[in-house]
Design a protein around this ligand. Sequence first.
Ligand SMILES: [Zn+2]
Length: 278
Amino acid sequence: VPELPEVETIRTGLSKHLTNQTVSAFTLLWPNSVTPGLSLDSLIGHTVTSFRRFGKLLVIDFTDDLSLMAHLRMTGQLILSTPTAPIPTLPDRTTRATLSFTSSATLFFNDQRKFGRLTVLPTPEVLLDPFVTSLGPDPTDPSFSTRVLTQALAHHPGLSVKAALLDQHTLAGIGNIYADEALFAARIHPSTPVSALTTPQRRALATAIPAVLNRALSLGGSTSRNYLNALGQRGAYLDTASVYGRAGLPCHSCGTPLAKFALAGRGTSFCPRCQRLR
Ligand SMILES: [Zn+2]
């Protein structure tokens, strides 16, 4: 599932290659990939002006106040094929929609599980979208701090800290991989109730979350199954992950075999020694 670092990596990749390009055509292979309302063909003749990210949501803005929102959800990919960097394997059986540009570039929306959604809407409506308005603060924003985290967590005193981090109303952009990685970095057991977090733990978590996300960004994100960046390349973060995907393997810090259990319906990896439940 693409989380903040993966969507941000896609955003910067597309921004570099698609800004100022004009849409020439579209194809829609799986109609349910586009939410009802404006059709993808409304974008024809419009030029890309900017790329924005709201948590795990990517927004492409076009001239004349049109925008395209892309919810990648579980398996969505946005991959660009250009004459100088062609992707000969695309389209494939997971391709749900394509946007072609006058430069001969083609943007492929692939989505194996079909939960992803594209929405065309007037740009002013992006900031009124219910998903956007309900998002918590972005932990990679420079203003993120222990105070911001404490206020965000205060909405969920009864939840475990892991479940609270997965809720996009608490913080925007964190999913299963980076919740587990940040909790390990902060040496906090994932089941710790939010109300039981000590001040030093909240401080450690407020440092760990942006550190883990920025490290993942520098490594091009994580590819556990489907994620590929805008040029069809894998992310390298999981090669150096601390706990995610490492159950049974020794902790990098103490050598204890890492454990895994289900929490908030998600597989949760942690070190039983470094992350004791107090
Ligand atoms: Zn350990």
